[in-house]
Design a protein around this ligand. Structure first.
Ligand SMILES: [Zn+2]
Length: 510
């Protein structure tokens, strides 16, 4: 089985024996293992960490980098991104490089390129900024075989899906991602997912799940389902962007993390990722009932002009605003990208409802949202999580940091700040200022922990022989600058990002 790791590698040729490409001197090395930091010097040659010593005598380097007073760590590995979606248009993927991310996992939440092969070829010929590993999306596969029909798969369809999953694994996928909240994954049952996960397991892949529900209508049941799939398919389970959505569920991370611990005791391999914000971001139709989305946008439009269907859709939206992702109030939903009317980007749904001359009640907000989505779907930001849960989840030793962001076009729309600020925000807010995590632990959660889930044996640590994916930053100056109102801002305080032994970003310039 092969796992294709996509990267741009410009080989630095013909180093003589005592000559290195780079020497990174006297930095405070946090090596990714979780062990205490130490002052050291790193010698980089032919893309790899050749030596790790206090100082070698009589050596030369093409470039010496003085890291005195700075932290030197492995490049960050982002376990959960959608960065592959625009990566061919913006191959530098600067919003990730600027954060110190040197490896991204794409194809999450059920949706991936297909066939994987084609995408790999295109990416390899173009070259991209950070390294990229891909998952195959369950929704992508299901759509290939049976469109967006709202029904279970028959035996033949299941066999077809298994073949496509098998091929995708052979073409280089690292695992499979279902998006059981999204269409058409929402129409599948656990047995279907188990059958496909078994194919992934046979090919040494893992299962990274966007679960069926994350709020009051099924967070606990969904964690149970994820663990059960791990048990039945003998596959490592990664619970993606873990959270407790909606006020009725705040505090339930105590229970879900206990479930993870119990599963580990049982011998099921479960890990978790999380982004450090109290708002989610996804499509505007996330608060529409799943049945209303079957058959795509044209079918949804028909339902929205059918009186009976519209009433039922509206009830579902109101329920979601009050109890789930809507955070109890239309003001908690912010339009982030609505192409038919970009002036709405950055406005919350209460404001948009008032612009339409209506009181911002959940009922009126649902009407306005249905009218918007009738014209076109868009993206929203949903302020529906509690900081206590964010903290509690973050502290768990099996939870790694991730962004759940994508490749952004600088200046376009009002995307979630996680696209620009995830890693610096953790280092500033949760490590330096609030001391929720030690630096060593946070860096482990950004590097070696995700590397071990991916099965990468030569990334995620500052260690001899490992690829030179390296970040140098100033712990006092690092800062995420991206905000809800002004998201398009790169962080500062990251001096240098090296990917595969090449400098990809220096003093903020990629
Ligand atoms: Zn997701």
């Amino acid at each position: 089985m092969k796992k294709v790791f996509l990267f741009l590698f410009i080989f630095a040729l013909s180093c003589s024996e005592n000559e290195y490409d780079f020497i990174i001197e006297n930095g405070l090395i946090i090596d990714g293992s979780g062990q205490s930091s130490y002052i050291g010097t790193i010698y980089v040659k032919n893309g790899r960490i050749a030596h790790l010593e206090k100082s070698l005598s009589n050596v030369k380097a093409k470039k010496k980098i003085d890291a005195t007073g700075k932290i030197v760590s492995p490049g960050f590995i982002d376990m959960h991104t959608h960065s592959e979606r625009n990566s061919l248009d913006h191959p530098l993927i600067e919003n990730y490089l600027q954060q110190g991310v040197t490896t991204m996992v794409g194809g999450n939440c059920g949706s991936s390129p297909f066939p994987i092969n084609d995408f790999i070829d295109k990416t390899q010929s173009k070259g991209i900024g950070p390294n990229l590993a891909l998952l195959i999306g369950h929704n992508t596969i299901r759509k290939e075989v049976m469109g967006t029909e709202n029904r279970l798969a028959n035996d033949d369809e299941l066999e077809d899906m298994k073949k496509l999953v098998e091929n995708s694994m052979k073409e280089g996928a690292f695992g499979m991602s279902p998006g059981l909240k999204y269409i058409p994954g929402a129409y599948s049952n656990t047995d279907e997912v188990v059958a496909l996960a078994k194919v992934v397991s046979k090919n040494n892949g893992f299962y990274a799940t966007h679960m069926r529900e994350e709020g009051v209508s099924g967070l606990i049941e969904s964690v149970e389902e994820a663990i059960n799939i791990g048990r039945k398919a003998s596959i490592p389970v990664q619970i993606s962007h873990h959270k407790a959505v909606g006020q009725p569920m705040w505090g339930q991370s105590t229970r879900t993390l206990q479930m993870v611990d119990d599963a580990i005791k049982e011998g099921i391999n479960v890990t978790v990722d999380q982004y450090p914000y109290t708002a989610t971001s996804t499509s505007l139709t996330i608060i529409f009932p799943a049945w209303s989305l079957s058959g795509g946008h044209a079918a949804l439009k028909k339902r929205l002009i059918d009186k009976k269907d519209r009433k039922k859709i509206k009830e579902g939206i109101i329920w979601n605003i009050v109890n789930d992702r809507g955070g109890s109030d239309p003001a908690s939903i912010v339009i982030s990208d609505y192409s038919p009317n970009p002036t709405l980007n950055g406005k919350n749904l209460a404001e948009v409802t008032m612009i339409n001359g209506l009181n911002p009640t959940p009922s009126n907000a649902a009407e306005v949202l249905m009218d918007m989505v009738y014209v076109s779907n868009g993206r929203g930001i949903y302020h529906c999580l509690s900081e206590q849960d964010v903290e509690q989840i973050m502290k768990h030793p099996l939870v790694m940091h991730a962004s759940d962001g994508g490749t952004v076009q600088f200046g376009k729309a009002k995307p979630h700040p996680r696209n620009y600020g995830t890693y610096p925000k953790i280092l500033v807010e949760y490590v330096r200022d609030r001391k929720i995590l030690s630096s060593e632990e946070a860096i482990r959660k950004m590097t070696n922990l995700p590397a071990s889930v991916l099965g990468l044996k030569d990334r995620g640590l500052i260690k001899e022989g490992y690829w030179a994916d390296i970040v140098i930053f100033d712990a006092n100056k690092i800062k995420d600058n991206s905000t809800w109102d002004e998201p398009h801002q790169y962080p500062c305080g990251i001096d240098l990002v090296m990917v595969n032994g090449n400098i990809s970003l220096e003093k903020g310039v990629a």
